[in-house]
Write a protein that binds this ligand. Structure first.
Ligand SMILES: [Zn+2]
Length: 389
């Protein structure tokens, strides 16, 4: 048996922190079960980030869709959000959903952390392709969630078959060192790939296994000719020296021999800063740990109203709120939930505020339309013009 929870365990509340289960027992014993409004927000981003990309909404809505009479208002999945902005408000009887707090935050914190890091890498990469190659860095049970989050954050492709199926894309891959080691030669391995693998799959060789990248790149290009789509450099850090110079040299040697169409894919320990450093020369980036193993975003869930009365803990503003966003300058305003966006004009640019929140579940009825991953990704990419790293 693997050390994993199943969907049923999550739905039955078995993944709750024990103190919520005890709270449930106490409230039941005292016959207390008030209608509350609880808000999910984040106080601070890691590493000085100024914004995040919200993910995990779909799984949260699915979890809460079985709760009677619950209402969930939230930002749609893929919305860029800032600190101290509510991203979701849950309204219902406390005992109906209190036990799910641990799982809800788990969905949102991890998925959003990955989507945010992927967005940062994609902004860095710009027009160049970004692939999520980090499935090997995480527990396989959560790979589909991780790869979906990476994709909606902006990655152009993912590497596993099941992850790709979830986002309705073909998986992306090149050639592993294993094939080259077993074949004993880079050219032989690439030729074998060319012979066996369907022609629609791009031929991307790996040129760092046995000898210098530039000589291997030229050998492979000359052997494969037009059928070679690209080469990948996964050069170990101990051999990198000036990695950008190595890439420039490889590009130069390919170009002067007429292989201008052969693209250069870079992988191995990259993050957004490495991508910025290499993006003028590389055509694509395979990113592993920094996206798949991205730090979580620390959302918290706090009660802000009990039976219609505004109340909250220290350090938190009471009353259920929502976010409105200027349609021109992307400025946000947090307002009480009954305020109208039309009551406000942007003080910064005079633009009009639009609603960010949607009704995901209304009194137990699911209204969320579960958009395709590629649709969410497009909406994330469209927000990049307003963002800086
Ligand atoms: Zn504005």
């Amino acid at each position: 048996m693997f050390h994993i929870a199943g969907e049923e365990d999550i739905k039955k509340g078995k993944l709750t922190d024990i103190y919520f289960e005890r709270t449930e027992r106490i409230l039941k014993a005292l016959k207390k079960n008030p209608v509350v409004k609880a808000e999910i927000f984040l106080k601070a981003f890691p590493d000085g980030y100024k914004w995040g990309v919200l993910a995990g909404i779909e799984e949260t809505v699915r979890l809460l869709s079985n709760v009677d009479n619950i209402s969930v208002r939230c930002m749609p999945e893929g919305t860029v959000f800032r600190d101290y902005e509510p991203v979701m408000v849950i309204e219902g009887r406390y005992l109906d959903f209190g036990i799910y707090e641990t799982a809800i935050l788990g969905f949102l914190c991890q998925s959003s952390g990955i989507a945010t890091k992927s967005a940062r890498c994609k902004i860095a990469a710009g027009e160049k392709a970004l692939y999520s190659f980090g499935a090997r860095r995480i527990h396989p049970a959560i790979t589909p969630m991780v790869e979906r989050s990476a994709f909606i954050g902006g990655a152009d492709g993912v590497s596993t078959t099941l992850g790709a199926k979830l986002i309705k894309k073909e998986p992306v891959g090149t050639i592993p060192h294993a094939l080259i080691l077993i074949m004993g030669d880079t050219v032989e391995a690439t030729k074998a790939f060319d012979m066996v693998i369907e022609p629609e799959i791009k031929r991307i060789s790996l040129v760092d296994t046995f000898s210098d990248e530039k000589f291997e790149a030229v050998r492979v290009a000359e052997a494969l000719g037009k059928s070679l789509s690209g080469i990948r450099l996964d050069t170990p850090s101990s051999r990198r020296g000036n990695f950008k110079k190595i890439l420039e040299e490889v590009r130069w040697e390919l170009d002067i021999r007429g292989f201008n169409e052969v693209s250069i894919i870079v992988s191995g320990g990259l993050d957004e800063n490495d991508i910025i450093e290499l993006r003028d020369i590389a055509n694509a980036f395979g990113v592993g740990t920094s996206i798949c193993g991205a730090g979580v975003l620390d959302f918290s869930l706090d009660i802000v109203e009990i039976e219609g009365e505004k109340i909250s803990k220290r350090g938190k503003m009471s009353g259920a709120k929502r976010v409105i966003r200027c349609n021109k300058c992307f400025d946000d305003k947090v307002v009480l939930e009954n305020d109208k966006a039309s009551d406000y004009r942007c003080e910064k640019c005079g633009g009009i505020y639009k609603e960010v929140f949607i009704d995901a579940i209304k009194e137990g009825r699911v209204l969320y339309d579960f958009p395709e991953a590629s649709e969410i990704r497009s909406s994330v990419l469209a927000q990049f013009k307003n963002l800086e790293l």
